[in-house]
Design a protein around this ligand. Structure first.
Ligand code: SAH
Length: 220
């Protein structure tokens, strides 16, 4: 007899494979490191028990405090655009469940992440610890001004919507830094990729999107 828990894990792995094939590869996600990371990270560990059965579905999921973990496809679009190397450091604003933090931990050397809700930060920290990820530093507070102490960052990923690109975050990018951030109103935004090179910034729009608001000094 196979223990129930193993059967359950097999089921989640099957769902994860299907998610990677149908929601990501088929829609144009090509970065093999991103696809592999999304195959590895157990998304069901990051949602409340009552949402586990939906963990691999094609939509965002509530995580408490009126926040959500983003749809897998949007997470993949953000990660692919950042082109992270395993030697790089990355700053994430909006830890939420910690799901995307775990993915970043597999793709980069050091991950710094800031969450404004203490309750979400504590749950995320516990989940990330349980999974044995040790290259993550988490802070509770307003991340709209970044986290100057460990800057500059090779990449910044903002997973909450900003009315405009926070100046502090631009300043904390390295000389060849990239930033992905949803910019717009509280209801609808464009996902923007900012690239820094030779002291200049360029911007590109990736997707239309809808994130929860970035609440803070340089947010809403
Ligand atoms: N990446 C997360 C998605 C969380 S939703 C995940 O994988 O689960 C966005 C998160 O941003 C929410 O948890 C919200 O509380 C947080 N947030 C909003 N404004 C913030 C700010 N100024 N600083 C830090 N976190 C913020």
């Amino acid at each position: 007899m196979i223990p129930i828990s193993t059967q359950q894990e097999d089921l989640y792995l099957k769902q994860r494979r299907a998610m990677v094939d149908t929601q990501l590869r088929r829609r144009g996600i090509r970065d093999e490191r991103v696809l592999e990371a999304m195959l590895q990270v157990p998304r069901h560990e990051f949602v409340l028990d009552s949402y586990r059965a939906q963990a691999y579905e094609d939509h965002p999921i509530p995580i408490g405090e009126d926040q959500t973990v983003s749809q897998p496809f949007i997470v993949a679009v953000c990660l692919q655009a950042l082109e992270l190397k395993e030697t790089e450091s990355v700053l994430e604003i909006g830890t939420g469940s910690g799901y995307q933090t775990a993915l970043l931990a597999l793709l980069a050397r050091n991950v710094y992440t800031v969450e404004r809700h203490p309750s979400l930060a504590h749950i995320a920290e516990a989940t990330l610890g349980r999974l044995g990820l040790t290259n993550i530093r988490l802070a509770v507070g307003d991340g709209s001004q970044g986290w100057r102490e460990y800057s500059p960052y090779d990449a910044v990923l903002v997973s909450a919507a900003a009315p405009r690109i926070p100046q502090s975050l631009l300043e904390q990018l390295s000389g060849t830094g990239r930033m992905v951030i949803p910019v717009g109103t509280q209801h609808t935004q464009e996902l923007q990729l900012i690239r820094k090179r030779g002291g200049e910034y360029s911007a590109e729009t990736l997707e239309g999107c809808r994130f929860v608001p970035l609440v803070g000094t340089e947010g809403f």
